[in-house]
Design a binder for this molecule. Structure first.
Ligand code: SF4
Ligand code: SF4
Length: 302
């Protein structure tokens, strides 16, 4: 059941992290207007099962007044609201509280701050901690996402299969992470990558929407364009087994995807997402309406 709509309010970000699965950066295009936000929220009401609206990016605080207005609109419609930010704006406690003060009466139920080595080089004092402490003071519920440089660990027999290397750090190997972070990491044989471990391809659970109209189940994997077909209709008519990418993924993961389309592939990959992303890249010209936007594959828009 679709429970959450996550606005990729903008693809623009002041950072350009190695692990960014959306390839965001200062030059990324694609920011929602208020009129577009209103349209999506009206459709969210029609869907009937949506409880949560998230504002994220890119970095949503780069478009603070629009984010704030979007939150007000969602709040007026009775949705619970979440925000995900890299907290670049939290320069000191007093200022961070000023940034967050306007959010206190607006139904913000989850304020997620990314607290990564990639942003803050593992310093004990960083903006993420300032942002969280300001939110705590204002009684805004907080959580954090922490993604660190991938490291290979050998787990002992009691913890895990004997001698099997495990990649720690929490990076998902999609988008820019595949260009920048996979070298030297252990690999698994392609035929063992038999399921999608992270996304609810059947029930959806949550989708990410962007200003181009894409409804993404996973980064760059869309069920359709809501500027062409209303969002509520896209969700209602979604048949996972008939979707040209989700169908094979549901039947047998990325391994099935390469079998179904006879895609040339390597013998092994870092994980399911690494293989899935590479297979999808090979299919991008065949299914441009589902494998989009191209920019999250590091490609220019056509
Ligand atoms: S991971 Fe987050 S902070 Fe880093 S570039 Fe992507 S959107 Fe920006
Ligand atoms: S990249 Fe593919 S395997 Fe990984 S979460 Fe997304 S859809 Fe699933």
């Amino acid at each position: 059941m679709l429970n959450g709509i996550h606005f990729l309010l903008t693809y623009k970000c002041n950072y350009e992290c190695d692990h960014c699965f959306l390839y965001c950066g200062p030059h990324s295009e694609g920011t929602f207007t208020l009129e577009q936000i209103r349209n999506v929220l009206d459709e969210a009401v029609k869907i009937g099962t949506i409880e949560w609206i998230y504002y994220e990016g890119g970095e949503p605080f780069l478009f603070y007044p629009i984010m704030l207005e979007g939150i007000k609109l969602a709040n007026d419609k009775g949705f619970k609201i979440g925000i995900v930010t890299n907290s670049y704006w939290a320069t000191c406690n007093e200022d961070a509280e000023v940034w967050l003060k306007s959010l206190t009466k607006l139904g913000v139920k989850d304020f997620t701050v990314s607290d990564d080595e990639f942003h803050f080089e593992n310093k004990d004092y960083n903006q993420s901690k300032v942002a969280r402490s300001a939110a705590d003071k204002l009684n805004i519920p907080t959580s954090s996402i922490s993604i660190n440089e991938p490291k290979v660990e050998m787990r002992s027999e009691s913890e895990y299969e004997k001698g099997k290397p495990v990649i720690s750090g929490g990076v998902t190997f999609r988008g820019r992470a595949i260009e920048t972070l996979i070298e030297g990491l252990p690999r698994t044989k392609w035929e063992e990558l038999k399921e999608c471990p992270y996304e609810d391809l059947k029930g959806l659970g949550r989708v990410h929407v962007d200003s181009f109209g894409n409804v993404q189940i996973c980064q760059g994997l869309s069920i359709g364009n809501f500027w062409e077909t209303p969002l509520s209709e896209l969700v209602r008519n979604y048949k996972p087994d008939n979707h040209p990418i989700c169908g094979p993924l549901l039947r047998g993961g990325p391994a099935q995807l390469v079998r179904d389309y006879d895609i040339k592939h390597k013998d092994s990959y870092v994980d399911e997402c690494h293989m899935c992303y590479k297979a999808r890249l090979a299919l991008i010209e065949k299914y441009p309406q589902y494998l989009t936007p191209r920019q999250v594959y590091g490609l220019e828009e056509e």
